[in-house]
Design a protein around this ligand. Structure first.
Ligand SMILES: *Cc1c(COP(=O)(O)O)cnc(C)c1O
Length: 494
């Protein structure tokens, strides 16, 4: 790949006069004269001039620089990068789905509305909540929608002062961001040394700000450390007793699937990331889907449009409602993601889906237990679908989590999540998902051990990794402070 031709930008491959097409001569004499001069280009375009084969090779080679679940193991904690079965893509690409127009009349797309409606029902069944909207286009978008439902609920009762949202310090960064975008104020709740919510601190915080000002508490379970929050019944009671609602961040519902349900734990509102738990590939910004579920009594606040089943067994689209918070985006959300999630759920079926959580949990615990003699395990005990190491156990080598992550690239693995959560200095967060075989986990474990060994015997090798990728170690700070994003900027830098 370090070939002179293919490491270049398409602009550098340009040769004056080279073309990728040949059109027959223009047989309409003077046709260009018909275009008014003001509309005509005044000078040459600065587009690259290349032949077709060069263009095809250029982009094919660039595509090989990508890494996805279909290339190799992708243990990116908190992101649930699970395998997307081929049947998902086949069905989502069917022209009867892919060719739909969002404005087409309900009677012409009953099959799509049926899928939409049925998926809402399946999600309600899997989570123990009453009704879902599939409209939000990402996890964070779901959080915002869910908080808007909570706000609308409090306002409908004249509780306009309920503007505080309690969020544990271990939460995903989108939680406080969504609360702020919704016009609510974030109040942090501390964690105990074992990583779970400190209930005594929660009580202290509520006493100091006043229970009558609490809009909601947002919780992630298992939390971002992969730990199950055992005090949920107690926490739910405290928050409900002061009139607040409980919000469940179910972005990674994976370990709970078929094991337990947020609705049964007393949560009022939640979101799920279909693009994590239900297999749609993501990363690079999309596409996503963050359905929001609510308990009975909150349905009327959900956004529109909604898909409903009429008495005559026809599906219909409802675009208004008395108390609805209105529209939160374009049309119905990312329908392609919903198809994949639906196919994923149905291909597993009611019995097999119960294995998702236990297998994801088993895989994570296996890696954790086998590697904890060489990597620092700050929180011991059973984890759920993911866990966090605090860097290498032997800190004397000077090899950091960043170095380990970079060295993994040389061995053909995607790096785990690093420096998140913020509770530890050298966080390295691993999530294998339920799809991986024992052989895959064992080879990853071997490589992690080898890197720990290299850190002792040849630390410079690890510190200067990666050595085998098209681009070596980049200067993160320089890249952030002086990004070179155009060809011209690159030329003037040279
Ligand atoms: C991924 C994630 C989110 C955000 O989801 P996006 O689709 O990226 O907006 C929120 N909370 C948790 C716990 C997550 O893991």
């Amino acid at each position: 790949m370090n070939n002179r031709l293919y490491g270049n930008l398409i602009f550098e491959l340009s040769q004056a006069g080279r073309k990728g097409y040949s059109l027959p001569a223009n047989s309409f004499a003077h046709s260009t004269d018909e275009m008014p001069a003001v509309l005509r280009r005044q000078h040459e375009t600065a587009l690259p001039e290349c032949d077709e084969l060069t263009v095809v090779r250029h982009y094919t080679n660039l595509s090989h620089n990508n890494f996805g679940v279909n290339d190799g193991f992708y243990p990116l904690g908190s992101c649930t990068m699970k395998y997307n079965p081929i049947i998902n893509e086949e069905l989502a690409a069917m022209s009867t789905f892919a060719g739909l127009h969002p404005l087409q009349p309900a009677e012409t797309c009953q099959h799509a509305l049926a899928l939409y409606y049925h998926l809402q029902q399946l999600l309600a069944e899997l989570t123990g909540l009453s009704e879902f909207t599939l409209n939000p286009c990402a996890g964070a978008h779901g959080e915002l929608t869910g908080l808007m439902v909570i706000r609308a609920y409090h306002e409908s009762r004249g509780d306009h002062q309920r503007l505080k949202v309690l969020i544990p310090d271990s939460a995903h960064g989108t939680n406080p961001a969504s609360a702020a975008v919704c016009g609510l104020e974030v109040v942090e709740v501390k964690s105990l040394p074992d990583g779970t919510v400190d209930v005594a601190d929660l009580q202290r915080v509520i006493d100091s700000i006043g229970g009558e000002n609490i809009a909601a508490m947002m919780m992630t379970n298992p939390n971002t450390l992969g730990i199950f929050e055992y005090a949920i019944p107690e926490i739910t009671k405290i928050v409900h007793d002061c009139g607040g609602l409980m919000y469940y961040d179910g972005a990674n519902l994976n370990p709970m699937l078929g094991v337990c349900r947020p609705g049964d734990m007393g949560f009022d509102v939640m979101h799920i990331n279909l693009h994590k738990t239900f297999s749609t590939p993501h990363g690079g910004g999309g596409p996503g889907s963050g359905p929001v579920g609510v308990r009975q009594g909150l349905e009327q606040f959900l956004p529109v449009p909604r898909v409903v089943l009429r008495d005559d067994d026809m599906y219909d689209i409802v675009t208004d409602g008395n108390k609805t918070l209105g529209s939160i985006g374009a049309f119905f959300g990312n329908f392609g993601v919903m198809i994949k999630a639906y196919v994923y759920i149905l291909s597993l079926g009611r019995e097999n889906i119960k294995m998702v959580g236990p297998l994801a949990t088993l895989n994570a615990n296996y890696i954790k237990e086998v590697l904890k003699d060489v990597y620092e395990l700050p929180i011991s005990g059973l984890c759920k679908h993911e866990f966090v190491f605090d860097g290498l156990k032997d800190k004397s080598t000077g090899v950091t989590t960043m170095d380990v992550a970079k060295r993994l690239l040389d061995y053909g693995y995607h790096a785990p999540t690093i420096y998140f959560p913020l509770l530890f200095h050298e966080s390295l967060m691993i999530e294998p998902t339920e799809n991986e075989s024992k052989e895959t986990l064992d080879s990853f474990i071997d490589v992690m051990r080898r890197i720990a060994e290299e850190a002792k015997t040849n630390p410079e090798l690890v510190k200067s990794a990666p050595h085998l990728t098209p681009i070596g170690r980049v200067d993160d700070v320089l890249a952030a402070k002086h990004p070179v994003t155009t060809f011209r900027a690159m030329q003037s830098n040279a």
